[in-house]
Design a protein around this ligand. Structure first.
Ligand code: CA
Length: 433
């Protein structure tokens, strides 16, 4: 479903938005920002600027359904906007697009309603109530599974169940913060007994994050056909992983301290509406795989639940920064590697009556392709730490070292559409203190 807000011919009076690789007028992602010297408030990225929703409200630039949605998008947390649902979000998108379009009514107020993004601080866009991390990138399952189970990398439940675990919401933080290397119990397969100390196999996982919209009362599952109305938007998610801690602790109940020390999200919520032109059929399952059970199967979801998003992972080491070298691209992968659609994740999550809440965060699981250069984490790239990864400047890595910056980017491009981006999700590894 596209509308005039997606029109590729639509341009903005905000000159930097036209041709902007991330934030043209067709994107309009929501976030929370502080202008220099002022407090946090809701904003929308447009080119190299941020549109100040509360300033536009004070000027009386909103009316009708967009007025209440703008109020919900104006505060220091976007949970009210997430709760409001698709109709409110779409009304606000249309109103903001009209204000910022060439000839739009916002232009005379440019000095009041726009801030230079480079001078602003970006914050967590919403309070995360719960964080569930799925495992839907099947190539990650195969490649990581081969390290411990060479003959049987994919367990039999995988092709029936969108496997997930309940991760930690309190330590989800926004891009740009430092990541302190965690301490923990570590025991490599070659060691006789565990020791406690700094993680030696620190890794990232590139994932698509999903911001949950209205959600459901406990005991009332969301049917697969209605799941999309509970998916408010998307972000980049770095599920930092302490592989040595994780592998020792995870039997039999799964990851805990190897994951809970922190996960990072990109600051902008790219709305479900902005992604509309970049949807398509869910890729067919390999021959011989079972069809999803009926409660996870919906014809419309199969026809439109696939997402065409290109992800990239870059590393910028302390040496690269000192030498003035640009970040080195570690991998690139498209979201078509997801075995399950996001709607299937939502339907599965609530199928037992579990309630999702506005601001809950879902992760897809590591996005990895089958080929070299498409792996979504170092565990896969280094084959479990067995193989050196060449960074192209004389440096190598098996896992992350202190001072490394890990940078995720993502873009959507399609013929006949204006490309949009997610901004970046960035974190620098710091020493244990
Ligand atoms: Ca993960």
């Amino acid at each position: 479903m596209t509308d005039p807000t997606h029109d590729p011919a639509r341009t903005s009076w905000v000159a930097s938005a036209n041709g902007h690789p991330e934030f043209p007028i067709q994107n309009l992602p929501h976030g929370v920002f502080s202008p220099a010297g002022s407090g946090p408030r809701g904003g929308i990225a447009i080119g190299d600027s941020i549109f100040d929703v509360s300033a536009a409200l004070e000027l009386g630039l909103f009316g009708g359904a967009a007025l209440s949605a703008a109020q919900e998008a104006s505060g220091r947390s976007l949970n009210p906007l997430l709760e409001a649902g698709p109709a409110a979000r779409q009304a606000l998108r249309r109103a903001v697009s009209d204000l910022l379009a060439t000839g739009g009514a916002g232009q005379p107020h440019a000095a009041r309603i726009l801030h230079d993004a480079a001078a602003c601080t970006l914050h967590m866009p919403a309070r995360v109530g719960n964080f569930t991390d799925f495992f839907a990138g099947i190539n990650h399952v195969i490649t990581a599974g081969r390290i411990t189970r060479p003959d049987n990398p994919v367990l039999p439940n995988y092709r029936y169940v969108p496997v997930a675990y309940h991760s930690r919401a309190s330590s989800v933080r926004v891009s740009g913060e430092p990541l302190k290397r965690p301490n923990g119990q570590r025991k490599l397969p070659t060691e006789d007994a565990p020791t406690f100390g700094p993680c030696r196999n620190l890794d990232y996982e590139i994932e698509l994050g999903i911001w949950v919209g209205p959600g459901n009362p406990v005991g009332e599952p969301i049917p697969i056909g209605q799941a999309s109305s509970h998916i408010a938007g998307f972000c980049l998610l770095n599920d930092w992983s302490a592989r040595d801690i994780q592998s020792w602790e995870s039997q039999p109940l799964g990851p805990f301290l190897g994951k809970s020390f922190s996960s990072f999200v990109s600051p902008w919520i790219v709305t479900a509406e902005a992604l509309s032109p970049f949807r398509g059929p869910q890729p067919p399952r390999p021959a011989g795989d079972p069809a999803p059970l009926p409660h996870l199967l919906d014809a419309n979801d199969q026809a439109t639940g696939g997402l065409d998003i290109d992800f990239e992972v870059y590393i910028h080491s302390a040496k690269m920064r000192a030498d003035g070298i640009a970040p080195h691209r570690l991998s690139a992968v498209n979201a078509s590697v997801l075995y399950w659609t996001v709607a299937q994740m939502v339907a599965h999550h609530t199928s037992n009556g579990c309630n999702l809440m506005p601001g809950d965060l879902l992760g897809t699981g590591t996005l990895s392709g089958p080929d070299v250069g498409t792996e979504g984490c170092l565990l896969e790239m280094s084959r479990g730490g067995q193989k050196e990864i060449d960074l192209g400047n004389g440096e190598t890595r098996r896992y992350l070292v202190d001072g490394d910056d890990i940078i995720f980017r993502a873009h959507c491009s399609r013929k006949g559409q204006v490309s949009i981006g997610f901004g970046e999700c960035r974190g620098r590894i710091g020493a244990v203190t």
